[in-house]
Ligand binder design. Structure first.
Ligand code: NGQ
Ligand code: ZN
Length: 414
């Protein structure tokens, strides 16, 4: 694995230079429903009732709409300091479940949006086959997500043929709920070495219970015993872990993708961060449902969640006593293996003239950036030698927002 770019912030004439941040988990289309699932639909609202609302939004997505929504959210990601994004993409087919003439059409809408905005895209077409651990068929609303293994591998290969300096293609298994054991083995056996593999795992207590009932093991326990989990794997929301699972993930070298704002929004539960750090575990963050598109907010809440339950301060520390430095080192360390992109020369320029950074030094910059204020401090963002954000704004922000606005009004009227 290549060495990560230097983490030391560099003071330049016009600001502080820091490395770009990898977004390890995104469902771009969910940007269109951010803030629109905050009304009670049931006295016992939960992740599962939210999911029904989410499915209704997914149903409205067309290739053009997905392109407009993804361009908006990718531009927002760049403005916030994410320079690579892992897109966990499962809205593949027409709403009735039939493939588009080109089965890659929805995927290509995401590729086009990434290219326009300049973000590096790790596209993870999702394998989604069943509606639960019991193998029940997909519901009507899930049908546009589904593939048989052969068709899935054809999609994967077609996308992989397009890889270039801005695009990597990996594999996503939606979850153990959605991918039967035989299919999991068949897909893994067909992959080229070093393909990034991502999976949703153990986000909800309900899925831990179902997995125990049907497979006699907890999801992470089952996965570690039945799949060749290594540093190319990313376990998304490994929220519910026992001590053996914490140690097992750390030993495997896999990365855990944590999405603290989404996990809070959906009422998932709290990841055992301190135990995982003690075990030497690797982790990164993701914007997931896009209710927040800000690595600063994800990192802040990763730490704050721990403070609230332990009633202590400064939990995420390691080689450094600084929480900000430890958090930024964590996301930098996992980025290359989770995204498949070497740590390149992507960098951010923080506004040295911002009052929040008055008198800053290389030693306190990370803590000030992550733990104070609400105004984005980014002036510029550079990806692969191209400046894509200037004075805090994506260079195409206006046109992209106009297209997004028109698209959203259409979607909401439908
Ligand atoms: C998703 N999102 O695929 O968008 C999931 C919800 C599921 C998160 N897990 C659906 N945050 O897990 O079945
Ligand atoms: Zn997800």
């Amino acid at each position: 694995m290549p060495e990560p770019a230097s983490l030391q912030p560099i003071r330049a004439d016009d600001g502080w230079r820091v490395p770009g941040i990898a977004n390890l988990h995104s469902h771009a289309f969910q940007r269109a429903m951010a803030g629109l699932a905050e009304r009670r639909t049931d006295p016992a609202d939960s992740f599962w009732t939210w999911r029904e609302t989410m499915y209704r939004f997914a149903e409205r997505m067309t290739p053009d709409a997905l392109h407009a929504v993804a361009a908006q959210v990718y531009a927002e990601m760049l403005e916030a300091g994410y320079t690579r994004v892992c897109e966990f993409h499962y809205v593949h087919h027409r709403p009735d479940g039939n493939p588009y003439d080109d089965p890659a059409e929805m995927s290509l809408a995401l590729v086009a949006a990434a290219r326009e905005t300049g973000i590096r895209l790790t596209l993870l077409p999702v394998l989604y086959m069943t509606g639960g651990f019991d193998g029940r068929p997909l519901s009507a609303r899930q049908r546009r997500f589904g593939h048989e293994v052969d068709a899935y591998l054809r999609l994967f290969e077609a996308l992989r043929a397009r890889e270039d300096e801005g695009l990597r293609v990996g594999v996503a298994l939606h979850s153990l709920r959605a991918v039967p054991e035989a299919a999991l083995r068949e897909v893994l056996a067909a992959l080229p070495a070093r393909t990034p593999v991502h999976i949703h795992i153990a986000e909800q207590v309900g899925e831990v219970q179902d997995c125990l009932a049907l497979r006699d093991a907890r999801p992470v326990e089952w996965l570690l015993a039945n799949a060749p989990v290594d540093a190319h794997w990313t376990l998304v929301h490994a929220t519910h872990l026992d001590a053996a699972e914490v140690a097992g993930i750390a030993r495997s070298g896999a990365v855990v993708a944590l999405c603290p704002t989404t996990e809070a929004n959906l009422g998932d539960g709290l990841f055992p961060l301190r135990a995982f750090l003690d075990a030497g575990g690797r982790w990164g963050v993701g914007s997931d449902s896009q209710i927040s598109v800000s690595p600063v907010e994800e990192l802040r809440w990763l730490e704050y969640g721990q403070r609230l339950v332990t009633r202590h301060r400064n939990i995420a520390v390691g080689a450094s006593e600084s929480v900000g430095e430890t958090l930024l080192a964590g996301v930098a360390d996992s980025a290359a293996s989770a995204t498949g992109f070497a740590d390149g020369d992507d960098w951010l320029l923080l506004d040295a003239a911002a009052p929040i950074l008055a008198g800053a030094t290389a030693q306190d910059l990370a803590d000030r950036w992550i733990f104070s204020g609400n105004r984005p401090l980014l002036r510029e963002v550079h990806v692969a030698g191209r400046r894509v954000v200037a004075e805090g704004r994506h260079l195409l922000a206006e046109a992209i927002a106009a297209d997004y606005g028109a698209t959203l009004r259409r979607l909401l009227a439908a």
